[in-house]
Design a protein around this ligand. Structure first.
Ligand SMILES: Cc1ncc(COP(=O)(O)O)c(C=O)c1O
Length: 435
């Protein structure tokens, strides 16, 4: 397997793009050092790099591409819309059509505001909640890794350079499935917390009706309950994490799968909150995500066809079934090779990740890198095992074979030493304080 063309591109990328990537999670430091594939094209669940290497890809578009690369009905819908014009001096009719359509997916929501990135939707949710409650603080679930590129969230991470302390102090954290940790924040900061943010579910299921209890506790304390559906939306259930867990948030934030790779996100929620950004209010007006490109018509056309596809075809069922098949194969190989203490696959079948440990059963980035490296050598590009609708059973079976072979190497490295098998440095967490 050759990477000559990609390695030649690498310095050009770093010369003009800080980090050599527009998204940290796609960066060189997330992949084996001498295997930095730059992608030329994708089709369905496969991608091809600058050297012509072909891979079965997982977690496509940072979990945005749920239907598959260049999914024809979505591409056609977007391109036909482009021929009608993409942006006008007045709203386009498609804005209301797609807003109404999205509301048919989201339980208990009345209004929609579209934007381009998930962060825009979460930022807007916070601003609305602050205006609505007249409070300045926000509580985020500390077990979930990401909500926004904005300072209110990035200030809570290790990568907080350039963010004033005064802003960092306004965000506090609670734990998933730990109602007492939320109550403790409400006690510690009475009438200060405007909203809480969490994903409906990540790797742990809600215990003891945690989501419902958290929402009720929020309402008791006058706090806005916000669910981040960026990953659970269009993956867990046709109605997202809210549909799956039968709960309605005050505000929920959607992106990623909504556009199958096109840039479209949405803040969705209750009228009494959302209307603060509208013309039908006597209250102080909230500047609610008013942007030049917020309602770009072809992204909305893409979203419309994504939603049509979810209504028309068994997308959710297929994603779950493929993930189940993948996880079963992974677990079977782990058991056969006796690697239960080192390799694990976690999460719902529709959104799997894997964990890698060393000989001392400690989480290991070195062994993670080795696993990625060995899978790549066998045509599988998998920093997660997040499947999409285009992964076929044959893709999954090929992946399971590749992962089995990668695990054989992993096992050898456990006894003979990682250095003997890993080429180059280990990967690092994408969000960290220093390089
Ligand atoms: C759960 C979650 N929320 C919000 C975001 C931010 O979305 P975006 O990158 O589209 O701004 C992400 C991005 O990865 C995410 O995973």
């Amino acid at each position: 397997m050759k990477f000559d063309a990609s390695l030649a591109l690498q310095s050009r990328f770093h010369e003009v793009i800080p980090g050599g990537s527009h998204t940290y999670a796609k960066g060189d430091d997330q992949f084996p050092e001498l295997m930095p594939p730059y992608i030329v094209r994708g089709s369905g669940s496969h991608v091809w790099d600058a050297d012509g290497n072909e891979y079965i890809e997982y977690g496509s578009g940072l979990r945005a591409v749920t239907l598959g690369h260049a999914f024809e009905p979505v591409v056609k819908a977007a391109s036909q819309q482009m021929l009608l014009g993409s942006n006008f001096i007045r709203p386009a009719v498609i804005e209301v059509e797609v807003a109404e359509q999205l509301l048919s997916f989201v339980k208990g929501a009345d209004m929609v505001k579209f934007a381009k990135n998930g962060s825009d939707a979460n930022n807007a949710a916070l601003k609305l909640a602050r205006a609505y409650t007249g409070r300045d603080m926000v509580a985020v679930c500390g077990d979930h890794p990401f909500y926004s590129v904005d300072d209110w969230f990035m200030g809570t991470t290790a990568m907080n350079a350039g963010i004033p302390q005064a802003i960092r102090e306004l965000t506090v954290k609670f734990r998933y499935n730990d109602l007492a940790s939320l109550q403790a924040l409400f006690d510690q900061y009475p009438n200060r917390i405007a909203a809480i943010f969490l994903e409906p579910e990540k790797d742990k299921e809600p215990q003891n009706r945690f989501l419902h209890e958290a929402r009720d506790l929020c309402h008791k304390h006058g706090v806005v309950f916000v669910l981040d559906e960026m990953i659970t939306g269009f993956r867990w259930h046709i109605g997202g994490g809210q549909g799956y867990h039968d709960i309605a948030a005050d505000l929920s934030c959607w992106g990623k799968g909504l556009g199958n790779g096109f840039s479209v996100s949405a803040l969705v929620g209750k009228r009494e909150l959302m209307e603060l950004g509208g013309l039908r209010t006597d209250k102080d007006k909230v500047f609610l995500n008013s942007t030049t490109h917020g309602a770009e018509t072809h992204s909305l056309a893409a979203a419309r066809e994504v939603m049509n596809t979810y209504r028309r075809e068994p997308v959710i069922e297929t994603i779950w079934a493929r993930g189940e098949r993948l996880a079963n194969g992974f677990r079977k190989s782990v058991a056969e090779l006796g690697l239960q203490d080192q390799l694990g696959v976690f999460g719902k079948p529709c959104c799997l990740v894997y964990g890698t440990k060393d000989q001392d059963k400690q989480p290991s980035q070195g062994f993670r890198t080795l696993f990625i490296q060995e899978c790549m050598k066998r045509g599988v590009l998998a920093s997660s095992l997040v499947v999409g609708y285009s992964h076929t059973e044959a893709d999954i079976d090929r992946t399971n074979e590749a992962m089995h072979e990668a695990m054989v190497v992993y096992k050898k490295a456990l006894t003979e030493g990682l250095d003997k098998y890993l080429v180059g440095r280990p990967v690092k967490p994408a969000i960290r304080q220093r390089n």
